[in-house]
Design a protein around this ligand. Structure first.
Ligand code: TRP
Length: 439
């Protein structure tokens, strides 16, 4: 009933593309290739795949069905499912997490926008291979330039969200997701025919289990979590705009599949090029801001490819930022009766202001990122899994799972994962990242 007044997807395709847009972001293109390189190549990828299937997909489904059942933002959803209980604080935690993550995500996306602009306007030609590190440091050390790009990125995010679920978020995803895949295929054509192709593929696909270790396993779990946008109600919010009640297994695997595919494709683009010019593949945070731009300065006539690459990262970041802002906006619209446009500009403006310290003090950005990844997301994900696994009666869970269609294929396996596997895995990640598990 209330569904149409708060907006809805035009159908499952719109939902799947928007959710994939949320999932595919800086986590895929920057973090995944770097972590794969550091943790034993295909050994990391295999554990990552297992984590996506056994923890990520079940939790993704749990979030979507909370949203679909209640047609509410995370706070309203928990309140409706357990009136008068403290569970709504889990939703509130998600809204707060949206503020925290988007504040610094906007700054990093601003760097990407700055690079896209420089590559597109011929700035690449003036860059020196050797000076790339200094060039990146100059950007990170320039608050005005960073805040200007951050502001531009936030305005783009706000404009999309203020246009609503169908006319804004779904439309943006339907335009940007295909472009993103098209861009990466073009880049793939270049990287796979480059001199370093063989070495790059070997680096990515030969399993070196000796380099994986316990840390690598946990990094793979954490990566699955962040990459699928889990633990803060983004998928509750997107699920709340689903009007029909079809089975969720298909869409969940499609979203996770697109997310994983893009992460692997990003690695397939980056590593062959990096090896072609004898650069360091495990450069960490500098991989796309220093190492890869070096590659582009060394490749003749690559301004076009460089622009394509950074534009694709920018699109990925934009559709992720949209989902972060939408969690906050849905909360304000549902709970506060605020108009969508006012909510978008108000919340977006506050988040922009909260991000300024991250642009001015690099330590602030790292701190906010650490708080979100170590505490807020795993904590939220654990509570969501416990809620659906243990505080939902079996009947309620079955009804929510099957929707009106009553399709319960995979229900038992899903419930087992949500009750046991996901909470245990998340607790282990949290203890480990808090340093409480030794090693
Ligand atoms: N998944 C996105 C990425 O890979 C980031 C992101 C968007 C996110 N929304 C989220 C992460 C919600 C956690 C929760 O970059």
């Amino acid at each position: 009933m209330g569904g149409s007044s708060r907006g809805s997807w035009t159908g499952h395709v719109g939902f799947v593309l928007a959710a994939a847009g949320s999932a595919i972001g800086l986590g895929n293109i920057w973090m995944f290739p770097y972590r794969t390189g550091q943790n034993g190549g295909a050994a990391f990828v295999l554990v990552y795949l297992a984590a996506v299937i056994a923890v990520g997909v079940p939790l993704l489904m749990a979030e979507v069905l909370i949203g679909r059942t209640t047609r509410r933002n995370p706070v309203g959803a928990f309140r409706e499912l357990r009136p008068g209980s403290p569970w709504l604080l889990v939703g509130a935690l998600g809204v707060i997490t949206g503020f925290v993550i988007l504040s610094y995500y906007g700054v990093v996306a601003g760097w990407v926008a700055d690079y896209t602009w420089r590559m597109a306007t011929g700035g690449l030609a003036t860059l020196e291979t050797a000076g790339m590190q200094e060039s990146f440091e100059a950007l990170v050390g320039d608050p005005v330039r960073q805040v200007a790009w951050q502001a531009g990125f936030m305005v783009a995010t706000i404009l999309v969200v203020s246009r609503g679920v169908e006319g804004g978020i779904e439309l943006a995803s339907k335009v940007l997701m295909p472009l993103l895949f098209a861009f990466i295929l073009v880049l793939l054509g270049y990287s796979l025919t480059s001199a370093g192709a063989k070495q790059g593929l070997e680096f990515l696909f030969s399993p070196r289990f000796g380099e994986l270790g316990w840390d690598g396993v946990l990094a793979a779990l954490g990566q699955a979590f962040f990459s699928l946008s889990l633990g803060m109600g983004a998928m509750i919010t997107y699920g709340s705009y689903l009007e029909d009640d079809r089975g969720l297994i298909g869409p969940a695997f499609m979203i996770a599949g697109m997310d994983t595919l893009l992460a692997i494709l990003a690695g397939l683009v980056i590593f062959p090029l990096v090896f072609s010019f004898g650069l360091e593949p495990g450069a960490g945070p500098g991989l796309i801001f220093v190492t890869l731009p070096k590659v582009f300065t060394l490749m003749p006539g690559s301004a076009f490819l460089a622009t394509l690459f950074f534009a694709l990262v920018l699109f990925a970041a934009l559709t992720s930022a949209i989902s972060l802002l939408e969690v906050v906006v849905a909360f304000l619209v549902d709970e506060g009766g605020v108009g969508r446009s006012a909510a978008s500009w108000g919340a977006g403006g506050i988040i922009f202001a909260l991000g300024i310290p991250s642009a001015v003090f690099p330590g602030f950005l790292d701190g906010a990122d650490a708080i979100a990844n170590k505490y807020l997301l795993p904590g939220g994900g654990l509570l969501i899994a416990l809620f659906v696994g243990w505080f939902f009666s079996r009947e309620d869970a079955a009804r929510a799972y099957g929707g009106q269609s009553g399709d319960d294929s995979g229900f038992e396996l899903w419930r087992f994962c949500v009750r046991f596997f996901a909470p245990v895995a998340v607790v282990v990640i949290m203890l480990k990242s808090l340093g409480l598990l030794g090693g």
